[in-house]
Design a protein around this ligand. Sequence first.
Ligand SMILES: [Zn+2]
Length: 469
Amino acid sequence: MLFHWLRKPTLSRLFPCLMAFLMMPTPLFAGSSAASGKSSSEMLVAELAEDENVEDVEQSEPRKTAKPPKTKPLTSTVSQAPKPKPAKKVAPNIDLKDVAPAPKTEAEPVVQDIETPEPEQMAKTPLPEDSEVRPGEEVTAAPVEKAVKAAENFTLLGNEVLPATSTRLAWSPGIQIAGLSQPTPVLVVNGAKAGPTLCLTGAIHGDELNGIEIIRRTMYDLEPEKLSGRVVGVPIVNLPGFQQGSRYLPDRRDLNRHFPGSPEGSLADRIAHSLFENIIRRCDMLVDIHTGSLKRTNLPQLRADMNNPDVATFTQGFDRMAVVHSTGSPGMLRSASVEAGITTVTLEAGESHRIQEHQIEAGVNSLTSLMERQGMISRMFVWGDPEPVYYDSDWIRAEHGGILFSDVELGARVSEGEVLGYVADPITNAQYPIRSSSNGRIIGMAVDQVVMAGFAAYHIGTEAEVPGE
Ligand SMILES: [Zn+2]
């Protein structure tokens, strides 16, 4: 009976229940969830289930039997991409830093007639084939031959972007509901020279702000005349979520569980499908930028499927970045685009709802380093050749409910048995220490907050030659 009540809460039903809950003599965090405690646990079930689902709480996994990376240039994936419709208009060459009016939908949504015959749009500079190189090993500098080939027009969202120009296009998922059809900007820099297409996506979770700024800054500093290849940035994929400060879409769905999407499915399926068909399939490489969620923060780090040789090689370009192996979950943009042959990693930086300068700087630096490693730009000053650090990782969970106070900071090196923080029961004053399970580094952690027993509190990374082995 009580159960039924809670399943269908109307205001009038919920109110007495809430009152009873508030007047309950049982301490809220005592963990003895007898009949009285049931209401609180019922109410929190949704959130806890969610907790297990977010990508941040993924820990590293064992790798499958490691196979030597196959010799395959990243650009080969382009052949699988649908040929875009011949574009009708040339996109204006603009300085991306200029103030721009809000984008209007101009491109026709989802490319359906992908059979339109058209000459292969690009002659590409082949990428370095460092096939024998495995993560953790010495990497010789990429032998980028400057066989300077001129770039060709790049067709995206119904526009022709001429070589050596940058522009701002608009993508609209074509969902005809007021407030959802609002287009979001797509920044494009088409270099003067031929090369691969790197795509950057941010704010698939609308409350993850660092990635928006990472993409803006990375792209604003690109000079089209000096770029080989193309960079396409979608700083705010989930515009409605961004406007509401919400991780989710307006239908409460997590967009990052719906890729590659479907034109007939839920709202999230349709939005995912539109992004995937119109933009993602045009990419050779994709970096999807996220932050921690549910009040957790992350050291800048990559989540990468190290079983995939192209992805494993790709991670080497990211400067001094932490890399955690994870195959990802079905429906993630990363999983779907790797499946589609696009070399993809997730970049995690900082926490949601915040703009964090040092996290943004780290993200911009590593993307700049990546573009250099891919032969897309050349930097004037390169300080050595820093390599990423590969981690096996484990989450340490709170054993008790209460208020979490941390003694350590993000990025701290910790040793096995060291107290990382404690959970204090505000009613009984009991304190429960949380200890490190291994020697390693805090690569992610919860910020101080109220937690339930089982809450993933600290993400400990231990250095690995090749993660997952
Ligand atoms: Zn996210």
